[in-house]
Ligand binder design. Structure first.
Ligand SMILES: Nc1nc2c(ncn2[C@@H]2O[C@H](COP(=O)(O)OP(=O)(O)OP(=O)(O)O)[C@@H](O)[C@H]2O)c(=O)[nH]1
Ligand SMILES: [Zn+2]
Length: 373
């Protein structure tokens, strides 16, 4: 029986499959604002995701505590508060209302004088927050044996979360059908299902690519604001359409459309970060203020889809060296890189400059200027 109490299983006893089930249940509980019991090496904690908890949930969590409650924060958020740390921390806050806890967890420019300790033992909470697409801030207290308030709560072991990551690269094709697009008529949409706490992923197969050589591929992270609504704040919509056209001009290839809004932080976090950008933070500083590293994206789904499509060598359409490195690390050959240039606007210029200066994106400014005419 697993720490999570999943003693009855419907189909299969693959350890990482069981771990996935429990990890996804934990993600769901946290998103509903319910406490989860986390078993780490030698200790058990009750944890509650602040981003998903209502004031009543927080009050209940404190009321049930016979021990001190801490506020767990990721390393970027701790540093934003002025704490000198390289890892996540626990602040000893004492009972607080949700407004004060939220100030400490998310508010731009906030500082903390509260006592704190490094919390490497709870580092898996950052991973849980990423899977749940919640800001990485949790109320944490020891879960004592016999604590009646936690009897009906889901328990998940840190070891299970680790085992579940094996599922991040397991996908299977579930649907394939032609979808002619305005700019690229010869297209098939191929849907893959799997991963860990992930929605279905999409591969758009254009024309007939010869998979015996390098296949033109764009790996595109979803950007609802840019891709769908033409937001001027980024270059994503241009890159999406130009990527598809470029692939069509090559005679065929694949665009992988990954469910990775906001560099993997999720739509709500991205919109919070946009709010901070209006206050003057750049795209990376804004994410750090709300607790995120510069780029938390994973490419296991992309690798699995390429393999599922029989592609082992690619011409990658990107300016992002992290995408090249991720494919290479997974054994996909990147035989060439081709830039994909969006339009530079007054609204996205600073964003592009930050991507080039701080995230190492390979932006070809002369080519961009030439494109502008
Ligand atoms: N957190 C955050 N995410 C953003 C911001 N602007 C755009 N994004 C996200 O950034 C990602 C950009 O994805 P891509 O266009 O595939 O990737 P890229 O890293 O720019 O690399 P290439 O386009 O391949 O050169 C998408 O997930 C967007 O939703 C922002 O200001 N903050
Ligand atoms: Zn965008």
């Amino acid at each position: 029986m697993s720490e999570g109490g999943s003693d009855i299983l419907f189909g299969g006893d693959d350890v990482s499959e069981i771990a996935k089930l429990n990890a996804e249940r934990a993600v769901s509980e946290l998103r509903y604002g319910r406490p989860v019991v986390l078993a780490t090496d030698g200790a058990r904690f009750a944890v509650l995701a602040l981003d998903a908890a209502a004031p009543a949930d927080v009050a209940r969590f404190f009321a049930a505590a016979d021990a001190e409650t801490d506020l767990f924060l990721s390393a970027p958020r701790a540093r934003a508060l002025g704490l000198s740390t390289i890892g996540p921390v626990c602040l000893r806050t004492g009972p607080q209302d949700i407004a004060e806890l939220s100030r400490l967890a998310f508010a731009a420019g906030a500082r903390s004088e509260a006592p704190w300790r490094p919390a490497p033992d709870l580092g898996c909470l950052v991973e849980l927050a990423r899977l749940a697409q919640l800001l990485p801030a949790f109320l944490v207290r020891p879960a004592r044996p016999g604590d009646a308030t936690l009897v009906r709560c889901l328990a998940v072991a840190e070891a299970e979360l680790r085992a579940a990551t094996a599922q991040e690269t397991r996908f299977r094709e579930v649907a394939r059908t032609p979808v002619p697009l305005r700019d690229v008529a010869d297209c098939r949409f191929v849907v893959f299902r799997g991963g860990l706490a992930q929605r279905d992923q999409l591969a758009i197969v254009v024309g007939e690519a010869d998979a015996s050589g390098p296949v033109p591929v764009r790996i595109h992270s979803s950007c609802i604001t840019g891709d769908l609504f033409g937001s001027l704040k980024c270059d994503c919509g241009d890159q999406l359409r130009e990527g598809l056209q470029l692939i069509a001009r090559r005679g065929g290839g694949v665009l992988l459309y990954l469910d990775q809004e906001g560099r993997g932080t999720g739509l709500a976090a991205k919109m919070r970060a946009y709010g901070l950008q209006h206050e003057g933070f750049d795209t990376i500083e804004a994410d750090a203020q709300i607790g995120f590293e510069p780029d938390g994206r994973r490419y296991g789904a992309a690798v699995a889809m390429l393999r599922g499509l029989g592609i082992g060598s690619v011409e990658l359409l990107t300016n992002n060296p992290a995408k090249i490195a991720a494919l290479q690390a997974a054994g996909i050959e990147v035989s060439a890189r081709t830039a994909v240039l969006g339009t530079v606007t007054a609204e996205n210029r600073d964003y592009l400059v930050t991507k080039a200066r701080r995230a190492g994106h390979l932006l070809d400014w002369p080519a961009i200027a030439a494109k502008l005419g």
